[in-house]
Design a protein around this ligand. Structure first.
Ligand SMILES: Cc1ncc(COP(=O)(O)O)c(C=O)c1O
Length: 393
């Protein structure tokens, strides 16, 4: 499979996850009519009561910096959320706010890792993990997951990757990019492995509110013996359509939170105060907006599933999150090139599987974060391109 049709700006980074995604986004910005099914940031409006809380905070000048770990009222509200939603035995001192989940990842790797430490990460993956681990001098070790198993994580696969240098295991459920989940049964098996081998578990649960078809979210930190070895990462971006507020949070043992807070103190300092007010309003406000978001995403997901199936494309069972992890190998073109062609000829931005690991040249990650009219339009633009290249191979 040739990559010769791909411009240098994309080809130069074609094997590289995060940079490849950014190169495609830059290219897409040249096409005003492009439909973006790339990024995983919600397109829906932030609920009005959250916006109102920000206006009031600004009006009343409640904007002074907070303690580095975040304002006490918000940490208390988050402790309550973790107790009731996730079954974690935490109080406010187990919680800190971060500048998005993204910063949480960096802070925790900087705090946790010594040079040469290994972190087990499921493949495919959200490649910000790579940068966070490598910037702390750590080494990422891939745990294979596969389509037949809906990209669920196997305790045996985790155990067989452990070496004397393994410090931590990273779990993401629901998953970006596969939209698979790690089921409760598997999490119980993984917890046993973590305890037996004295591993820290990092659990990225940022998509926890968006599961479909009756699947239920489960937090590994709630299992016996796990709270003291689990760092749970989450944030407001996905649940409340608040990506731009840059407000994430982490729950962990108290001494670990103190150590992460010390790193944050010398890097970014506390999360912007108005974003923290927004977070507090989100947690204390009505739950209906999340239900509405869920209904909208469910409808879009169905539309995309039907549309892809109608063009002969299959995908892994999308149990959560915002993506269809679509097997494009029947088209006969490497996914990096196919993404480029879909953008250039169809004006649809879709990330190739290679944006999430070099092994995934037969997959596309299609996000559902556009309204249904645009999703219909995107499918109609994709169809002739898929058909044409499939016929040619
Ligand atoms: C799996 C996963 N974790 C963490 C994040 C970070 O999100 P944010 O920094 O907006 O909280 C993302 C964002 O896309 C993600 O997909």
């Amino acid at each position: 499979m040739t990559a010769s049709n791909i411009p240098e700006s994309v080809r130069a980074v074609a094997a590289d996850g995060t940079q490849l995604r950014y190169a495609l986004m830059e290219l897409s910005a040249q096409y005003p009519d492009a439909i973006a099914l790339g990024r995983g940031d919600p397109d829906l409006a932030t609920p009005p009561h959250i916006i109102e809380a920000v206006k009031l905070a600004v009006r009343d000048q409640r904007t002074a910096p907070t303690p580095v770990a975040g304002m006490t009222a918000l940490r208390e509200a988050l402790a309550h959320k973790f107790q009731t939603d996730n079954g974690l035995p935490v109080d406010a001192d187990n919680i800190m706010l971060t500048t998005g989940g993204q910063e949480g990842l960096f802070l925790l790797m900087q705090t946790l890792l010594d040079p040469g430490d290994e972190v087990l990460v499921p493949d495919p993956r959200y490649t910000s993990y790579d940068e966070a681990i490598e910037s702390a001098g750590g080494r990422m070790v891939m745990i294979p997951t596969d389509h037949e198993d809906a990209f669920n994580l196997r305790p045996e696969a985790v155990e067989s990757a452990i070496t004397p240098r393994t410090k931590a295991l990273l779990i993401v459920t629901p998953s970006n990019p596969t939209s698979g989940i790690v089921t409760e049964e598997r999490l119980r098996g993984i917890a046993e492995v973590a305890i037996k081998h004295n591993l820290i578990v990092i659990s990225d649960e940022i998509y926890e509110k968006f599961l479909y078809d009756g699947w239920k979210h489960f937090s590994i930190g709630s299992l016996p013996g796990m709270a003291e070895r689990t760092i749970t990462l989450n944030g407001f971006s996905k649940t409340y359509a608040m990506t731009g507020f840059r407000c994430g949070f982490a729950a962990a043992p108290k001494n670990f939170i103190r150590a992460m807070t010390n790193v944050k103190a010398v890097t970014t300092g506390p999360v912007a105060t108005i974003s923290q007010w927004a977070g507090l309003a989100a947690l204390n406000g009505p739950k209906e907006p999340i239900e509405t978001f869920h209904r909208i995403y469910s409808e879009r997901r169905r539309l995309m599933m039907d549309g892809l199936l109608s063009m002969g494309l299959s995908f892994s069972d999308p149990r959560g999150a915002f993506f269809l992890w679509t097997n494009s190998s029947s088209v006969g073109i490497h996914a990096t090139e196919l993404s480029y062609l879909l953008l250039k000829e169809g004006r649809v931005l879709i990330f190739p599987g290679t944006g999430f690991g070099e092994n995934w040249g037969g997959y596309l990650r299609i996000s559902i974060l556009q309204n249904t009219d645009l999703l219909h339009e995107a499918l109609e633009r994709m169809r002739p391109i898929i058909n044409r290249y499939r016929a040619a191979h």
